[in-house]
Unconditional design. Sequence first.
Length: 472
Amino acid sequence: MVAEGLSEKASRGGALRARVVVRPAPESRLRRAMSMASGIVVGRPARPSAAGGSLGLLTTGARPAWYKPGQLYPPATSVMVPTGSPSPAPESILVSAVMPCLNEARTLADCIHKAQQCFARLGVAAEVVVADNGSTDGSIEIAQACGARVVHVPIRGYGAALSAGVLAAQGRYVIMGDSDDSYDWSQVDGFIQALEGGSDLVMGNRFKGGIEPGAMPPLHRYLGNPVLSTISRIAFRIPIGDFHCGMRGFSVEAFRRMGLTSTGMEFATEMVAAAAQLGLWVSEIPIKLYPDRRGRPPHLRSFHDGWRHLRFILSHSPDHLFVWPGLSMLLVGMLLMCALAVGPVQVGRIYLGIHFMVLGAMLAMLGTNIVSMGILAKMILGMGPPDRSKWLRRLLERPRILEWLLVMGGMLALLGLALDAGILWRWATSHGQPMDDTIHLSIFASTVVVLGCSVAFFAFLVFLARARLKPS
């Protein structure tokens, strides 16, 4: 087996929860892919000499055909390549190795050479792209001398650098990984084989492949990564073991469909979340993590970047953050209000009075607002694969959703107003006498009026959001 992981899982209705499929790639297909090099082998190029050519500037004026205007990261404006080094034709490149870089002079050359040697051993037409984020330690010159293309990324951030590097890549597949030598670039065979086997995204799993002593801080190994990966598995319903592994492979077409926008470290989580939402074919392979050799503190900030990951996970899982908690509050609140609408209730030795009636009203109103926000969040993010949120999808796709919600909200408001009118009539006919026995009913009636008005006004927001977010 090339990859290890969980097989496809189906929900009760038979629909796939996540297309996480792990299987060996057909060797014959892989051989055919390797033969695409047509004799062009990317090995360690000779360093350019005065006689053989100097470093030249290649301006990339044309954007890729699938580039989307409005992305947070502009395409690279220039790419530095050694004019004296041979390189495969762009149309023949199968794999692009993309390495983000910010002052990695101590390890960058080793990473580039390892990747080149691996591609040469496999006979794969490939390239190495270094996405530089403003290095000042000579990393750019080292990358150029090693035969890599350098993409200059003015926007700082892990995600910004990788996105610009992928946009500039010419291969059909991209393998991304850090340039601090913590991942073994000479052993990327499994990624290529899994991609050729049909996977859209291939994740490395450091916990299955092994973590060398000193390669990962204990806080990250035993708390940060396991906790965030567990929350992500629940939120995005995809059984990936290591959400934050920095080495992974994917097809350029899959990357285009993901539409990633994060500029920071949460880029890694966004990629898996987008793949899950789109129902892409995701697989895992075990890889080993080694201590980095950068000789300086890492760019990763544990609590700051951990919060950015958690913030992204929560805001991009509206079912768990909004819909289900809101529905639970609404259900409990309505049950309490209905049970106590006509007065206090004695359950054994437990007395449920006005305090529980107010609690029920609060839960009902709060739950309604949270569910409304969750529905809007799902509309903003996209509903995801057809097998998820079927009831909500059917509801929002109704041709007269505005009118339907207006009628429902209006009926609730009229019910509450009718109850309030009855209480008012009784008070008027009793010449303003105390009516303590109607306190529960008045709370129930007023809450139902608020809920009805909330639903009615929410209907206009749904109508507006559906019109504005409709694909052009």
